[in-house]
Design a binder for this molecule. Structure first.
Ligand code: TEU
Ligand code: CA
Length: 557
């Protein structure tokens, strides 16, 4: 038996702190709030939490714009609170992964404050500065992920600086050795305190194409976001250096957010012999409902297609079956709620949430649960003015106001389907005002469906989504085949059923889910299957799968 690393057996729970639990009534979740809910997470059974950024920040992009990497933002608490959170989590056997946001800093970070002062400032080269084109326009036609140009002109020195995200998030220059050294030092600072690993924000973008080539754009389009925004020439060299300098010295878990990665790139990041990262978040399956090539970007959606989802997930399962490792997710703080986005959040909400969970947690890889997913939280149908997210606000300005690419109604429909704030409304703890999230006024409106969907209700109902997740996690901890079993897709062309097997030397799993409102016939393949888990009471011998019915069967070989 080879030793299996802990993160291969783990289930991770993502916390978006500002929306998790508020303990001082200011309407914003805090570290003390996480501490108070650790027993809840222990009950769920997860092994590890990943907390989105809690460092000192002007909060232009909810903390993904960091002013001081070594300081906890006072809105979340103090550094001592973080020490306590680590101790309390560890005392319960829960590991803690932090967010590493080092593709960019805040424009209020000391390095950038210095950098913009003069062309010969010692920190000038911590960022990318370029002269305007002769007509004064930006150095090239790269766009920001949050609309407009990726370049911002700075009067003081007459040059532009690069920002892939908001103009308050200037990109760091990883070519500069001093930048890399600073990053490694701040990583060590937190790991020496006991942090168990990192989720690495847009890590795929840290190496830039230094010739800054223009995109070829369709007529009328000013800026492009695409292949030049990720996978630069020195990416893997930088990550290997980080591994050598820092990661290899700790027993830690790493997951990189890797936009623009396909399975071949994933093997480079995660192949054990490459000494880079444990796993990456890829976006291929999340783009299954995006119309490619539209000027409206992610807001141009197409209907969900299960066959396509199966193809994509299977491609990743097969490609990383002998080398590398998958990170499994349907939701996070950037994605809408899966039941609303791809399923049914009204009459089959509970069955549907369990069906998607079955598919994800049966796969090979490390599953991630995003806060609220375990109680089947749904998209927030807010009014346009109630959305807070910078991505939504900027896209509205660009697509609706300035360029009339979408009407206001079309945009609102798209936001209610795919906007990031759908996942960021406060966690629904109970049916008291503001869902028990805060005694004050929440920073973002609570989803109006909280009286029906909340933790207290879930904990009181043995058939709740919560206990279904608890069972899925228990199964993964009990049967090795969930961790190491080889994946095989059955019925690839079935439009409603997602069926696959997992198999190791001694055990076999059959995972089946009906992702539709139709009742469809389903014959198990030959074998002495026993039911491990199902989302209807009487799934055992059924040859019909009812709407969103899902089950996991097991046999010893
Ligand atoms: O996200 C990276 C990213 O590219 C996102 O903009 C993503 O494409 C978008 O959210 C999809 O709608 C990371 C963080 O997860 C995100 O919250 C940050 O805003 C972003 O980096 C900048 O740090
Ligand atoms: Ca608070």
């Amino acid at each position: 038996m080879t030793l299996i690393e802990w993160w291969k057996k783990a289930v991770v729970y993502q916390i978006y702190p500002r929306s998790f639990y508020d303990t001082n009534g200011d309407g914003i979740g805090d570290l003390q709030g996480i501490i108070e809910k650790l027993d809840y997470l222990k009950e769920l059974g997860i092994d590890c939490i990943w907390i989105s950024p809690v460092y000192d920040s002007p909060q232009d992009d909810n903390g993904y714009d960091i002013r001081d990497y070594r300081k906890i933002d006072k809105m979340f608490g103090t550094n001592e609170d973080m020490d306590r959170l680590l101790a309390e989590a560890h005392a319960r056997g829960i590991k803690v992964v932090m967010d590493l946001v080092v593709n960019h800093t805040s424009d209020e970070h000391f390095w950038f404050v210095e950098s913009r002062k003069s062309k010969d400032n010692p920190y000038r080269d911590f960022y990318f500065w370029k002269d305007p084109k002769p007509d004064g326009s930006p150095p090239n036609n790269w766009g920001s992920m949050f609309s407009g140009s990726a370049w911002e002109y700075d009067e003081k020195t007459g040059q532009y600086y690069l920002h892939y995200f908001s103009k308050k998030q200037p990109d760091l220059n990883w070519e500069n050795e001093k930048v890399r050294k600073e990053v490694y030092d701040l990583m060590k600072y937190w790991m020496d305190k006991g942090v168990d690993g990192w989720r690495m924000d847009v890590i795929g973008s840290i190496s830039k194409f230094l010739d800054f080539p223009d995109y070829e754009l369709p007529k009328g389009q000013k800026y492009g976001v695409g292949k030049y925004h990720a996978n630069g020439p020195r990416l893997h060299e930088f990550i290997q250096e980080m591994n050598r300098e820092v990661l290899s010295k700790y027993d830690c878990m790493t997951v990189g957010e890797a936009i623009g990665s396909d399975v071949e790139i994933a093997k480079m990041y995660t192949g054990a012999d490459r000494h880079e990262l444990n796993m990456i978040f890829n976006f291929e399956h999340m783009d299954v409902d995006t119309m490619p090539g539209s000027p409206a970007g992610k807001w141009a959606f197409k209907p969900f297609d299960l066959i396509e989802l199966k193809q994509i997930l299977s491609r990743w399962q097969y490609a990383l079956s002998d080398t590398g490792w998958n990170a499994l997710y349907f939701e996070n703080h950037d994605q809408a709620r899966v039941v609303s986005r791809w399923g049914n959040d009204t009459n089959y909400r509970i069955e549907c949430a369990k069906a998607f969970a079955t598919i994800l947690h049966g796969l090979k890889g490390t599953p991630f649960i995003y806060q609220g997913e375990e109680i089947g939280m749904v998209n927030a149908k807010l009014k346009l003015a109630e959305y807070d997210d910078i991505e939504i606000r900027n896209a509205y300005r660009e697509l609706v106001v300035e360029n009339q690419i979408m009407s206001e109604d079309e945009f609102l429909t798209a936001v209610r389907k795919k906007g990031r704030d759908n996942a960021r409304t406060p966690m629904q703890w109970d049916d008291t005002p503001h869902a028990g999230f805060t005694t004050g006024t929440p920073w973002l409106k609570v989803n109006p469906r909280y009286p029906e969907i909340n933790v207290t209700k879930a904990l009181a109902d043995p058939n709740s989504i919560f206990y279904y997740y608890q069972s899925l996690i228990k199964l993964r901890h009990t049967y090795d085949v969930f961790v190491d079993g080889r994946y095989e897709l059955l019925l690839p062309n079935h439009p409603y059923l997602y069926v696959y097997t997992r198999e190791n030397e001694s055990e076999k799993l059959l995972v089946a889910a009906n992702i539709s409102e139709h009742t469809v016939s389903f014959e198990k393949p030959e074998g002495n299957w026993g039911l491990l888990l199902g989302n209807y009471d009487d799934t055992e011998n059924s040859t019909l799968f009812r709407p969103y019915e899902a089950a996991i069967y097991y046999m010893e070989k």
